[in-house]
Design a protein. Structure first.
Length: 356
């Protein structure tokens, strides 16, 4: 048994020793500004520079980004590629005399680029690594506490209305249900508070998705944050944008309901949409919590949540069509034209903005 233990331990030690070691070189990036090379501090730049030496940077250098990037070696164009570029630094430094400068450029600016040095089957050299910033994690924790307190306040103020907005049966049921008994007027103060809650919640979800899938969603480049205070300011701005989109949606429903002679459907249709946002937001939040628990880091996994939400919204539009068909008794083509103008086309435009 003792010999078996020694054998297993030796195999595990050899396996661990044989695993490649990765070092993130982001803290060694430089930018050229005002006639000199300065440390990269997450400012917007079209090019970053990386000095490699044979003493510290032997192994394989991986340049990773879903978007196309261009690599220059001592000012000369060497590669133009997307996804992953692997460079054998041993060979490159041997040709260049032991020292070389790599310059990596992107349009419109560098935002999701990664540079990793891989040391296969050997111990990595001593490279001074900066502790990664935890500002976004701090922001998410504080923002989540705020949303929890906000939800508790809404529930204590009007529990019946909270349960009504979270009523999945009302969302999918094709039978006629009385919305006025609970929701009341659209402009009532309690409804405006729920609209604000939905806006804050969806803005927070979007910021999280933008942060963790920055190379998958083009719009995310406009919401990159570097400090906790900056993240809160961006969240507030995005919440205002979401609330404005919600009010614009109400305006569209009102205008087209007047044009198509469906004046009695405004409140019914708008509360259907808000209930959809409420329930889908809770569902996305639960999935994100599971992602964080299981330490999911795949950008595709986070980006796919927007696609899942889009599919769910499309299904809800079909349910709304069947609801209005039974509620109004209008011809199918007339009702379909109305939904195209008030629901489908605006959703296509919004999806194109978010996903492309």
């Amino acid at each position: 048994m003792r010999y078996l233990f020694v054998l297993v331990f030796s195999m595990l030690a050899g396996f661990a020793h044989g695993q490649p070691h990765e070092v993130d070189l982001r803290n060694q990036w430089q930018v050229y500004q005002a006639g000199q090379y300065l440390p990269f501090t997450k400012q917007r730049a079209q090019s970053i520079h990386l000095n490699l030496t044979s003493k510290e940077h032997y192994g394989l250098l991986q340049v990773i980004d879903r978007h196309e990037f261009t690599v220059f070696v001592d000012g000369q164009l060497a590669w133009r590629q997307a996804d992953t570029l692997t460079i054998n630094t041993d060979s490159l430094l041997r040709v260049k005399g032991g020292r070389v400068q790599l310059s990596i450029s992107q349009e419109p600016f560098v935002f999701s680029l990664q540079t990793k040095l891989v040391f296969p089957n050997q111990q990595a050299p001593e490279i001074n690594l900066l502790r990664p910033s935890g500002h976004f994690s701090n922001f998410v924790i504080l923002a989540t506490f705020f949303m929890l307190l906000f939800s508790v306040a809404l529930f204590r103020a009007n529990p019946q209305l909270t349960f009504d907005y979270l009523n999945v049966i009302k969302l999918v049921s094709l039978q006629e249900r009385d919305e006025a008994s609970v929701t009341g007027r659209i402009g009532a103060s309690h409804n405006l508070l729920y609209f604000a809650f939905v806006s804050f919640g969806f803005a927070l979800l979007l910021l999280i998705l933008f942060h963790y899938s920055v190379d998958r969603i083009a719009l995310s480049t406009y919401f990159i944050t570097h400090t906790t205070a900056g993240a809160f300011a961006t969240w507030l701005l995005l919440s205002v944008v979401v609330f404005a989109v919600l009010m614009f949606k109400l305006l569209l429903i009102f205008i087209f309901s007047q044009l198509f002679g469906l004046r009695d459907t405004v409140r019914f249709q708008f509360f259907h949409f808000v209930r959809l946002l409420f329930i889908s937001g809770v569902g996305l939040g639960v999935i994100l919590v599971l992602y964080f628990i299981f330490k999911t880091s795949s950008t595709s996994a986070f980006a796919s949540l927007l696609l899942i939400a889009s599919i769910f919204i499309i299904i809800s539009v079909g349910i709304l069509f069947l609801k209005l068909l039974g509620r109004t008794g209008l011809p199918v083509f007339h009702l379909f034209s109305y939904l195209c103008a008030s629901e489908i086309i605006p959703l296509i435009i919004l999806g194109k903005v978010l996903l492309f």
